[in-house]
Design a protein around this ligand. Structure first.
Ligand code: PGA
Length: 261
């Protein structure tokens, strides 16, 4: 059985002490969850990351950064590098979240530089892709996803597949005011992403989990989680309370256990 992932990005909401309290509660509520079958990850703010890593109980919850710079080092005031994240023993780094693309103007090419740099420092990389509402309306979602994937993953080798995670997050479904996507639409897009990854990496595609995100909540999590094309849930608002996040994790893992053994 492929692992099924549960992750959250706390965006610019939780301070360092709030993050530690959240992680402690989450760890104590999920002691019964098998982390091989159901890996859990949290992407806190940068100021919270190092102390979260230092205090995370047995590191059962994987911890990573929400962003990094693509250069090895240099005159980039205010930025952090892959080497710095590897140095504090971050497990992963997210690249090109839709807010980075929409608000900070990040491109597929800058995403690609970051992906390659992160892999060079042995970090796992969560590359976020997703079409805009305009692209969906113009019926070019598959083309948009293909472009983001192929450009974002230029130069990535088959041997790196084990470090690569993809989050499919339609821009129109994310955050306050986002519209939860229909499950059939999510299934179709995830199917395309798996096909594109296979075209790009051959059978190694099987090593790359494709997570779904965008207004996932306790009401719709199961609908997405039963789709065979979905390898995990990447949740914002509905996971920032440890009990709510743990509730989703337990419901989904119990259902998958029942169905898949
Ligand atoms: P949301 O956020 O679950 O609050 O829509 C998802 C995300 O931004 O990754």
């Amino acid at each position: 059985m492929r692992p099924f992932y549960f992750g959250t990005n706390t965006k610019m909401y939780k301070s360092s002490s709030e993050t530690r309290a959240f992680l402690q509660e989450l760890a104590s509520l999920t002691t019964d969850i098998d982390s091989q079958k159901h890996p859990i990850f949290v992407l806190p703010s940068l100021t919270a990351l190092e102390s979260a890593i230092a205090t995370a109980l047995e590191r059962k919850v994987l911890l990573g950064a929400q962003n990094m710079h693509g250069a090895e080092e240099g005159q980039y005031t205010g930025e952090v590098s892959a080497r710095m994240l590897a140095d504090i023993k971050a497990d992963l780094v997210m690249v090109a979240h839709s807010e980075r693309r929409q608000v900070f103007g990040e491109t597929d090419l800058s995403a690609n530089t970051k992906v390659l740099r992160a892999i060079a420092h042995s970090l796992r990389v969560l590359l976020c892709i997703g079409e805009t509402a305009e692209q969906k309306a113009a019926n070019v979602s598959r083309e948009a996803l293909r472009m983001q994937l192929l450009l974002g993953l230029q130069g990535v080798n088959q041997a790196d597949c084990a470090r690569l995670w993809i989050a499919y997050e339609p821009v129109w479904a994310i955050g306050v005011g986002g519209q939860p996507a229909e499950k059939d639409y999510v299934d179709r897009c995830h199917g395309w992403i798996h096909e594109l990854l296979e075209e790009r990496f051959g059978t190694c595609e099987a090593d790359i989990p494709v997570l779904y995100g965008g207004s996932v909540n306790a009401q719709n999590a199961l609908e997405y989680a039963v789709l065979e094309t979905v390898d995990g849930l990447f949740i914002g608002r509905s996971a920032w309370n440890a009990q709510a996040f743990s509730g989703i994790i337990h419901e989904v893992s119990a259902l998958r256990q029942e169905r898949l053994g």
